[in-house]
Design a protein around this ligand. Sequence first.
Ligand SMILES: [Zn+2]
Length: 134
Amino acid sequence: MKHVPLRMCVACRESRPKRELVRIVGVSPERVEVDRTGKKNGRGSYLCPAQECWHLAEKKRSLNHALEMSITADNWKSLWQYAQGLPEHKVLKRAEREAIQAASTEGRESNWHEETSSKAQAAQPLKNPSFGGL
Ligand SMILES: [Zn+2]
């Protein structure tokens, strides 16, 4: 049997084959970047290719914890430029959605919902008052 290296998404904590995940690397003490080649030097963490996981990682600061650094709003903007093109759609667990909501109400507003709401609604027909009421 062929050995498939597994990595864990720092947001949803699901283990998946490394090549299915997106690697984020701390390229300097203040800057993280998407590692498209998987070969960049530096401390790396992985996220699913789904915006929900990136959103969760931003709100819960999962990436900050994993990389042991603080990611600025500006840095997140550049990560989101990449994240706009992510192919997967993930349905988050209730606890994960609530964590996002809790972080959203206490922290700064994110425009993630406006940018992706039409897509999210199309792919997620289930009504969820706790998530939709943001
Ligand atoms: Zn994930």
